[in-house]
Design a protein around this ligand. Structure first.
Ligand SMILES: [Zn+2]
Length: 251
């Protein structure tokens, strides 16, 4: 069986093997897809070693989102090759054109590493508070992004925050470090929450479309960029035949 060792965006090393019949059956299990666990179970079926050890499902769920995306790309390339074709629905509401995109999973994407996989600190522009931020794991993403439902932005924001130190403008120093409640975070000004979102999206590791590829996948009708194509989140990424069964809608 084909084997390969890859370095993940967090710096971890993974030894992967190509997909098997078992991996395919995980991808087609309605119940695993519905409860969102198919991704971890699938990754585990193709993961021989993680940092030199045999991983468990819990280890795979604990991997950062960017590491999981990099793994999916590596498994896809190893098992089925680097060419990926999919149909995309234009994200422009007034257009909604459906069109075909062809991507080279090696050259149309680039790996962005996590500078520090454990997270980062940020001083908020409006309140002046200092927040410690962590990146989302596979488990976090499974809980926060339920299938076919809109994600709750406040819950995502809350999950990123490890702790806060409030700026005391009278004493001119930071107060003690604590974990805020979701109610408190819900009251933070938009300028601060947007600053957190921007920084997370800038520092999150993973595989991202290159600028050239981004232009190449723009809508041929209205020119809208589709932004990030969440291709790897779908069983059809690994099982092209599924596209037809799912009615062709992949976005
Ligand atoms: Zn369009």
């Amino acid at each position: 069986m084909q084997e390969k060792t890859v370095e993940l965006p967090s710096g971890k090393t993974a030894a992967i093997v190509g997909m098997t019949g078992r991996s395919e059956s995980i991808l087609t299990s309605e119940s695993l897809i519905r409860d969102g666990t198919f991704q971890s179970k699938f990754l585990l079926s193709c993961l021989k070693e993680l940092d030199g050890e045999k991983p468990t499902e819990k280890d795979v769920e604990g991997l950062l989102g960017g590491d999981r995306i990099a793994l999916m790309h590596a498994i896809r390339v190893l098992s089925l090759g680097k060419d990926f074709e999919t149909r995309v629905i234009c994200s422009n509401r007034n257009c909604r054109e459906t069109y075909q995109v062809c991507l080279d999973l090696e050259t149309d994407f680039e790996t962005r590493k996590y500078e520090d996989p454990s997270g980062f600190s940020l001083t908020l522009p409006e309140s002046g508070h200092e927040v410690k931020i962590q990146f989302l794991t596979g488990k976090d993403e499974r809980m926060l992004f339920p299938r076919r439902k809109r994600p709750d932005l406040l819950k995502i924001l809350f999950r990123w925050i490890v702790s806060v130190r409030k700026w005391d403008s009278e004493k001119e120093e930071f107060g003690p470090e604590y974990h805020p409640s979701i109610q408190e975070v819900g009251n933070w000004p938009t300028k601060d929450t947007q600053a957190i979102r921007q920084e997370v999206s800038k520092l999150t590791g993973g595989r991202f479309l290159t600028d050239d590829a981004m232009e190449a996948v723009a809508c041929p009708d209205c020119g809208s960029s589709s932004g990030r194509l969440p291709v790897e989140a779908l069983p059809s990424f690994f099982f092209p035949e599924l596209v037809k069964e799912m009615g062709g809608e992949v976005m």
